[in-house]
Design a protein around this ligand. Structure first.
Ligand code: AMP
Length: 384
C-alpha cells in the first residue's frame, strides 16, 4: 500500500506530555505542523507548546477518539498506554509506530521473548510466575542475577539484584508475587545505545532505515546521567550495534523511532538490554549535535517523509539535569550558560523533585575530552 506523506500544515497527535513529546513538538512546529497532545496532567511539558492539550487519562476512550478526530497521525512518547486505547485509536487514525510494536515493548517478558525468538543477543534469562519457578530460574541462570518486573508500569523501579545469600521467599514477596524476568547480571565494559528510524518510501513495501551515531551511556541510581558521542569504542562495535538496532526495527515493523540499549560485555559481545519505540534520553545529544535530531527524524518517519541525515556535527557530551540540583535553590543558569559550547534545555516542569528529569545540557567541543572538561566545570556549578 502506498502511504501518502503527511505534509507540513497537518496536525500530529502525541500521546504523552513529557519532555520527549515536548522536544518532538518543538521539531514539528519548527517544520510548520500543528500538535495536539494527550496527558492526564494539564500544562504538561508537551502541552505547553502544543496547539491543543487533551487533559485526560489514557483509558478515557471517548476523549481519545475525539482527539483522534482532530489529528492526521498519532505517535507517542511513552510506552505505558493501555492496549485498549491503542485498539480504539488504530482503526480511526494512522498510529506510528503501530499497536503491535508498543504491545511487545511495553512488557519486559514479551520484549525479551521476542528478541530471543528472533535470534537477537540477550543476557541469559527465564520468565518466572511463582516462587518455585524463581528457584528453578536462579539455578538455570546462576548468580549474580537480577529479577525485574515484566510490567513496566509497576511502581517505577521493580529490580532486585540477587546473590547466593538472597532469601528467595523474601525476594518473591518484595517483587509483588507477579510475573517477572530473571536475567543474568552482566559485568559490562560499557553501556551503549542506538536510536534508529524506519520509515516508508514512495515504493510500496519498501522502507528506509537510518541509525543515529551510538552513544556510550552512564547511569546513576538506574537513571541515565550522561551520553557521549562519538562513542569511544571500536568502529566495528558501533557498526554492529547500528546493524542490530536496524534489524530489530525491521523485524518489529517499526514506522517511527526505535531506541535500543546494549551492554557491551568484557569479551566484546553486544547484548540487547531494552527497547523503546520512541525518542530516547540517550538520543538527546542529536538535538544540538546532528544534522537531523531524533525528534525531527521521528516527525519525518511518522509523516512518511524522507529521513534526514544523522551525521554527527561535533563531539558532544549530554548530561541530564535532575531535580536534585535544585536542592540548594535554582541553579545558577548564568554561570552555566557562560561555559563554552553548552546548550541548555529545560522542560518546563515546575516541581524539581529528586530523581525527576528537569532538563539536560549538551556540550559541543572540538574533542570529547574537551567536552568532558567543560562538563566537570558545569557539575561544579550545579553541585555547589
Ligand atoms: P533497565 O531498566 O533494565 O534498563 O536497567 C537500568 C540499568 O540497570 C541498566 O542501564 C544497567 O545499568 C543496570 N542493569 C539492568 N540490568 C542489568 C543486568 N542484567 N546486568 C547488569 N546491569 C544491569
Amino acid at each position: 500500500m502506498r502511504h501518502a506523506p503527511i505534509l507540513p500544515g497537518s496536525t500530529i497527535g502525541c500521546l504523552g506530555g513529557g519532555q520527549l513529546g515536548r522536544m518532538f513538538a518543538l521539531a514539528a512546529r519548527k517544520m510548520g505542523y500543528r500538535v495536539h497532545t494527550v496527558d492526564p496532567t494539564p500544562d504538561s511539558p508537551t502541552g505547553q507548546i502544543s496547539d491543543r492539550e487533551f487533559s485526560t487519562a489514557f483509558d478515557d476512550i471517548p476523549t481519545l477518539l475525539e482527539f483522534a478526530s482532530t489529528v492526521d497521525v498519532v505517535t507517542y512518547e511513552f510506552e505505558n498506554i493501555p492496549v485498549e486505547a491503542l485498539d480504539a485509536l488504530a482503526p480511526k487514525v494512522p498510529l506510528r509506530p503501530g499497536r503491535d510494536v508498543l504491545y511487545t515493548t511495553q512488557n519486559r517478558r514479551r520484549e525479551k521473548e521476542f528478541l530471543n525468538r528472533s535470534g537477537f543477543p540477550v543476557a541469559r534469562f527465564r520468565v518466572v510466575n511463582n516462587e518455585s519457578e524463581l528457584r528453578d530460574a536462579v539455578t538455570a541462570v546462576g548468580f549474580p542475577c537480577v529479577l525485574k518486573t515484566a510490567d513496566f508500569g509497576y511502581d517505577g523501579k521493580g529490580q532486585q539484584k540477587l546473590g547466593p545469600d538472597s532469601d528467595l521467599a523474601q525476594v518473591w514477596r518484595r517483587h509483588g508475587e507477579r510475573v517477572g524476568v530473571l536475567e543474568a547480571w552482566v559485568t559490562f565494559a560499557a553501556e551503549l545505545s542506538v536510536v534508529v528510524a524506519r520509515g516508508y518510501t514512495p515504493e510500496p513495501g519498501e522502507y528506509q532505515v537510518q541509525a543515529f551515531p551510538p552513544t556510550v551511556n552512564a547511569h546513576e541510581n538506574h537513571i541515565l546521567a550522561t551520553s557521549v558521542a562519538p562513542a569511544p569504542l571500536a568502529d566495528s562495535i558501533l557498526a554492529r550495534a547500528q546493524s542490530i538496532a536496524s534489524d530489530i526495527a525491521t523485524r518489529l515493523d517499526v514506522v517511527g523511532l526505535l531506541a535500543v540499549e546494549f551492554f557491551l560485555t568484557k569479551r566484546g559481545d553486544l547484548l540487547v538490554n531494552e527497547l523503546a519505540p520512541r525518542p530516547h534520553n540517550s538520543g538527546h545529544f542529536s538535538f544540538d549535535a546532528c544534522v537531523t535530531s531524533q525528534f525531527e527524524q521521528q516527525l519525518r518517519a511518522v509523516c512518511g517523509l524522507p529521513l534526514g541525515e544523522t551525521r554527527l556535527l561535533s563531539p558532544v557530551v549530554m548530561h541530564n539535569l535532575l531535580g536534585d540540583v535544585w536542592a540548594n535553590g535554582v541553579p545558577d543558569w548564568s554561570r552555566l550558560l557562560a561555559l563554552p559550547g553548552l546548550r541548555l534545555h529545560l522542560y518546563g516542569k515546575s516541581e524539581p523533585r529528586a530523581g525527576r528529569k528537569m532538563g539536560h545540557y549538551s556540550i559541543l567541543r572540538p574533542t570529547v575530552e574537551q567536552a568532558w572538561e567543560v562538563d566537570a566545570q558545569a557539575q561544579k556549578i550545579l553541585n555547589r
